[in-house]
Design a protein. Structure first.
Length: 88
């Protein structure tokens, strides 16, 4: 039953986490590179190194934000229900 109740909350938390991660990456990229936008893999104006570094940074930021938001959602669920969410 715990997983059934937690599922809608985790979907909302994951969506918010994606938005926060995107915002964080854009701000960090802008401050570090001085560029408004990170390069896409097919952008001919950037070299391999720039594209790979941007992708790695984006992946690391998304992973960290996802872990933090998932963990915060689980803790919030535990505080609200008294149960730790499980995967049933």
């Amino acid at each position: 039953m715990s997983a059934l109740l937690y599922k809608p909350l985790s979907l909302v938390v994951s969506g918010l986490g994606g938005v926060l991660a995107s915002m964080a990456f854009k701000q960090i990229w802008k401050r570090v590179s001085g560029e408004e936008e990170a390069p896409n893999a097919t952008d001919r104006d950037f070299g391999w190194g720039q594209v790979i570094i941007a992708a790695a940074a984006q992946g690391a930021i998304f992973g960290a934000v996802k872990a933090a938001t998932d963990r915060a959602g689980a803790i919030g669920y535990k505080k609200a229900t008294g149960d730790w969410p499980t995967k049933d």
